[in-house]
Design a binder for this molecule. Structure first.
Ligand code: PMP
Length: 408
């Protein structure tokens, strides 16, 4: 029976780094993964995070308890993250006061998506809509965590965002939907991965009423808060806009500190679910099922990273520094777009209304991507996505010359 275990395809993104590492090309550049690097090509700890770490290391009070955290995480972390998301990033304070937000400290954004998926697929929803294209792991997460069916809405086609087609597809599929089992939909909060192209506020104002009227359940995937504008608060616009509606089957917010605190490997994030006000016991029911889900998979979350994040969120000086750190990162990413545009004259690099964050969707075809890799040692994902964080002043000329060659 063990022979039924066949070989799964390698992870599309992480497999490329393994290949890059053994490439002998003298000018090789890894533009595959979404990890922020500085202008020297190094992954560095944010100053705010490094200060929090040294405070933790030097304080026995803060870091001496290595016992288990509660199933849904530490209370301090919960209070501070909820405060950050629903008091500072949005005006959801009444929801907090009315005890309408369920919270789980999760293993980063992926963990939040997985736990949300498990709850939704078990009790609420059988179909989840994902943008086409999307982060390659979305379909994987929802498939492994219970969804029967994954549907793709047209997001980006022929080099542009297409919300008309997207909304038409949702509407056309409505009649066949089972009303007792509403569909769910993944919405990238900002810095859409892989395209880097987000709907404008005006477009979201057309999108959200359609989703709301169709009774679809929003899953807001907020993995890049702060990396669009450099302002953490400003970038929570989709959360704020979603909170203008009551969602009868809940609003699911999957949030990550991987990118905006550089805590990638520490796995620090959250799932919060805004629960309808009635019936009163619903919030407790959802709390209890989320606990059971977590307990059955990994029992409780890791402690250290959340202590770091908690300190950054709760210490005013560190928090101020964090805002500066995020701004610096977002400014550098924007500057790379500008520098590349100077050399390539590709307008799609610098349209701030729609182009955001760490990724640039080049539009190169798989053959061109392959040539870049084999002849120039430049690694993009196969869909032509380029992680701008791997570009810096020492390699931008070589990169742009190579792109010229490949495109011509
Ligand atoms: N959603 C999207 C769209 C992402 O790009 C990522 C990171 N690549 C995540 C969620 C989750 O990342 P993590 O689990 O590291 O927080």
């Amino acid at each position: 029976a063990l022979l039924r275990v066949t070989k799964a395809p390698a992870d599309k993104i992480l497999g490329l780094t393994a290949k890059f590492n053994v490439d002998l090309h003298p000018n090789k550049i890894n533009l595959t993964v979404g990890i922020y690097k500085d202008n020297n090509g190094r992954v560095t700890t944010f100053p705010s995070v490094a200060s929090a770490q040294s405070m933790l290391d030097s304080s026995l009070d803060l870091n001496n308890d290595l016992s288990y955290l509660p199933i849904t995480g530490s209370q301090d972390y919960q209070d501070n993250v909820l405060n950050f998301l629903y008091r500072e990033s949005s005006n959801g304070h009444e929801l907090l006061e009315d005890n309408r937000i369920t919270f789980v400290q999760t293993l980063s954004g992926t963990g939040a998506l997985a736990v949300a998926s498990k709850l939704l697929a078990t009790f609420v929803s059988k179909v989840v809509w994902i943008p086409n294209p999307s982060w390659a792991n979305h379909a994987n997460v929802f498939q492994w965590n219970g969804f029967n069916q994954i549907k793709y809405y047209t997001y980006y086609e022929n080099g542009k965002l297409d919300i008309d087609k997207w909304l038409k597809e949702l509407k056309d599929n409505y009649s066949s939907a089972d009303p007792g089992w509403p569909s769910s939909i993944v919405l990238h909060a900002c810095c859409h991965n892989p395209t880097g192209v987000d709907p404008t506020i005006e477009q979201w104002k057309q999108i959200l009423p359609v989703i709301h009227d169709l009774g679809i359940i929003p899953i807001v995937d907020m993995a890049y808060q702060g990396m669009e504008s450099g302002d953490l608060m400003k970038d929570a616009y989709l959360l704020r806009m979603c909170l203008e509606y009551e969602w009868p089957n809940g609003l699911f917010v999957c949030q990550s500190f991987a990118k905006n605190m550089g805590l990638y490997g520490e796995r620090v994030g959250s799932l919060s679910v805004v629960v309808p006000p009635q019936p009163k016991e619903l919030k407790n029911n959802i709390d209890s099922q989320l606990k059971k889900i977590v307990r059955g998979i990994y029992s409780s979350p890791p402690g250290y990273g959340s202590r770091v994040a908690n300190l950054v969120l709760s210490n005013p000086a560190l928090k101020q520094q964090w805002f500066t750190d995020v701004k610096g990162m977002s400014d550098r990413l924007w500057n790379i777009r500008v520098e590349m545009h100077k050399r390539l004259n590709w307008p799609s690099l610098i349209d701030f209304k729609t182009q955001h964050g760490m990724f640039y969707f080049t539009g190169l075809n798989p053959y061109q991507v392959q040539i870049l890799q084999e002849q120039y040692g430049i690694y993009l994902t196969q869909d032509g996505r380029m992680s701008l964080s791997g570009v810096n002043s020492s390699n931008v000329d070589y990169l742009c010359e190579s792109l010229h060659q490949v495109v011509e």
